[in-house]
Design a protein around this ligand. Structure first.
Ligand code: BJ8
Length: 383
């Protein structure tokens, strides 16, 4: 079995390796579909024998170029994604035959209009009240439209069997990820939050799903084996933190680093890239399109209103992971998470009786001093 440090290094390098994999796939005639969001029903893309790639959007470098066209006071994730596209510095974007976006937040959907001038772009209309009966109909229709779009564009037919196979493999991937995240449930946790973030962030760049699942399983088994032999890397007294809020990775690793440098440990990520994206499975016993539509419409992102399921999820995770404090990371100018943070704080403080801290940040490294002061003060309360 591989030793841990090499596994982690390999995963942090996997974004670069992913570039080569996607190029090879493209050269051999495989279609590439670039995606931006957890709401994209990846099963439809795999059923079309294409590869879904998460597009670059976690780095500060292309933001200056993006600000020539976009307002400065905009979410860094949107500016970074757009900047990568117009500077042609994201190989995944470059190789994509089609981009898929959803009508989530205002900034993203307006950016998709601009991206549509550079690449073929398909936007799915995401209803934002999942409780409304018509929402399911609309969304199911959008999933069917996506299937037809891929069939026409790639001149193929997506059979029910293709869909069932894609559902199975995506569920297997979710299961492998959930087992990996369970390492955070141990006391003390078997892995630091920064390592956990690197593994889960890096995992999206493995193009072959079976390989990716095996790799995730290997990492989990390897860490468990060391833990069972008595290896402890984290102090049992380190306060246990749940991260919620906007998607993070790349430039925003600075927040996790600051939390852990100040003596706490991140044991669970509720956000996209973490549990939110992996805990919901597609029902393999239902009609495939219906089951896919149902699973994706239930994702508790702050673009939904109401978004009660997010509170339920946070509540369960606080209990399951024995959380001492919740830190919400809000990307600058993300209105949905920023406004919803009021409810989250109230719920965490009053219903779960634990401290909550909201951190608003961007992709620059200018706020590291202030970040450290705030996380240090918060962690002192927890000790
Ligand atoms: S399912 S979290 S990936 S929309 S881009 S909403 S940070 S202002 S990313 Fe998201 Fe899908 Fe939801 Fe997940 Fe705010 Fe920025 Fe908008 Fe953002």
């Amino acid at each position: 079995m591989n030793k841990l440090p090499e596994l982690f290094n390999e995963y942090s390098e996997s974004r670069k390796q992913g570039f080569m994999e996607v190029k090879n796939a493209k050269d051999s005639g495989t279609k590439i579909v670039g995606i931006f969001c957890t709401y994209t029903p990846k099963e439809i893309i795999y059923a079309a024998d294409a590869i879904a790639v998460g597009l670059c959007g976690m780095s500060n470098e292309p933001i200056e170029a993006a600000e020539v066209d976009l307002p400065r006071n905009l979410c860094p994730l949107i500016k970074s994604s757009y900047g990568f596209a117009i500077t042609d510095t994201c190989p995944y974007f470059y190789f994509s035959d089609l981009l898929i976006g959803e009508t989530t937040c205002d900034g993203k959907k307006k950016m998709y209009e601009l991206l549509g001038k550079i690449k073929p772009m398909h936007v799915m209309e995401l209803p934002q009240n999942y409780l409304n009966k018509d929402s399911f109909k609309t969304w199911k229709n959008e999933v069917e439209n996506l299937k037809s779009k891929l069939e026409n564009l790639f001149d193929i037919e997506i059979s029910e069997e293709n869909l069932r196979e894609a559902i199975k493999i995506c569920n297997m991937e979710r299961k492998a990820k959930m087992e990996f995240y369970e390492l955070g449930k141990l006391t003390p946790p078997a892995i630091s939050g920064l390592e956990m973030l690197k593994v889960s962030y890096g995992s999206q760049f493995k193009m072959d799903k079976y390989e990716s699942i095996d790799y995730m399983k290997n990492i989990t088994a390897s860490i468990k084996e060391s833990y069972d032999k008595g290896e402890r890397k984290i102090s049992p007294y380190a306060p246990r933190i749940l991260i919620t809020g906007c998607p993070i990775g790349g430039a925003t690793e600075k927040v996790i680093k600051s939390i852990e440098d100040n003596g706490a440990v991140v044991v669970c990520y509720e956000n996209c890239g973490g549990i939110k994206a992996s805990r919901l499975f597609v029902d393999e016993d239902k009609e495939p399109i219906e089951a896919i539509a149902e699973r994706y419409l239930n994702i508790p992102c702050s673009v939904m209103t109401p978004n009660k399921e997010r509170l339920n999820l946070i509540s369960e995770l606080i209990d399951e992971y024995k959380i001492d404090g919740v830190i919400e990371i809000i990307l600058q100018a993300c209105h949905t998470y920023n406004v919803e943070s009021f409810k989250i704080k109230d719920f965490v403080n009053k219903e779960k009786n634990i401290p909550y801290l909201a951190i608003e940040t961007d992709y620059s490294q200018n706020d590291i001093g202030q970040l450290n002061t705030r996380t240090m003060a918060f962690i002192e309360i927890l000790k």
